[in-house]
Design a protein around this ligand. Structure first.
Ligand code: SF4
Length: 294
């Protein structure tokens, strides 16, 4: 019986950077807030609250306090409003997300109909569309594309989507466009994590996907695994049911880009406990089999 973790599981560059900026802000100020949850992980957001970083849902709740912009970014209008306030702004927008915003703006200025592959209700996409003065088209799948032809269109993606879905979207657009410009804005951290997760899912009898239920990239990992094998998406070890492991020999674990190490570790050790292998418990994610294996 084996329990392995997909390599590249857990915090990505953008999330590490956002948390570091938030913790530095908590040292510098005693009243900093984040506008919306800094990352899509409720347990990490709670931990930051314990470090004195509250999160607010709108501009009115800021009340002149130093404000951290979360990793998904904010709309151009919100950024303008923040800049008008007499407050310190700590911009923790992931640089890859910012780059996608720049692409959206430039493509529109060059006369392309901008098409975004993504979830129209996700904060990253809501912010992204605000950088295009004309209308954007947002579609999660080819079925959601409008039934019309485009003289000149450009497609970009929410950073955490899947490359195969993006290729399918491009294929659906090619026959409908006079000119189609494709900019792959799916971030590398996302693609690598999805690949290693897929590899482990194919080798496992059961996959446990760890991360916020509101986390887009974690939900995508669960979707990828679910195509191959029995999969459970959990936020913490508390959701684990011992019955899941009956007659299973190879258990795989993967975790989203916003899932902290201590949660992954708790899940791994709880699985070992369920399997009656408590003596193999470890004290850091690096020691979980598979973490950095090639
Ligand atoms: S998944 Fe990629 S784009 Fe999103 S925060 Fe992490 S590094 Fe940035």
């Amino acid at each position: 019986m084996s329990v392995k973790i997909a390599k590249n599981s857990g915090f990505c560059f953008g999330v590490k950077r956002a948390i570091k900026l938030a913790l530095a802000a908590s040292q510098k100020y005693n009243n900093a807030v984040t506008l919306g949850p800094i990352i899509h992980n409720p347990q990490m957001v709670n931990k930051l609250q314990k470090n004195g970083i509250e999160y607010v849902n709108n501009l009115e709740e800021i009340k002149n306090r130093p404000t951290i912009i979360r990793s998904h970014g904010v709309t151009r209008e919100v950024l303008n409003e923040l800049q008008k306030m007499d407050i310190d702004i700590i911009d923790a927008t992931c640089p890859y997300v910012s780059k996608t915003q720049v692409y959206a703006k430039e493509l529109h200025e060059r006369g392309y109909q901008v098409i975004i592959m993504g979830d129209k209700n996700h904060p990253e996409v809501i912010a992204l569309r605000s950088y295009v003065d004309g209308g954007t088209i947002i579609a999660a799948t080819p079925d959601e594309l409008p039934a019309k032809k485009f003289l000149k269109a450009a497609i970009i993606s929410q950073t955490t989507r899947n490359i195969t879905d993006f290729q399918n979207m491009v294929s659906a657009l090619v026959p409908r466009c006079g000119e189609l410009l494709v900019v792959n804005t799916i971030c590398n951290a996302t693609s690598i994590r999805q690949k290693s997760t897929l590899k482990l899912a194919k080798e496992s009898d059961l996959m446990i996907v760890v991360g916020g239920k509101n986390s887009s990239n974690t939900k995508m990992l669960a979707k990828i695994c679910d195509k191959f094998i029995e999969t459970y998406h959990i936020e913490t070890e508390a959701e684990i049911d011992t019955n899941w492991f009956e007659n299973k020999q190879k258990i795989g674990i993967t975790a989203g880009a916003s899932t902290p190490d201590w949660i992954i570790l708790g899940v791994y050790n709880k699985i070992l406990k369920c399997l009656g292998k408590e003596e193999q418990q470890v004290e850091s994610v690096e020691l979980i089999p598979g973490f950095k294996e090639e």
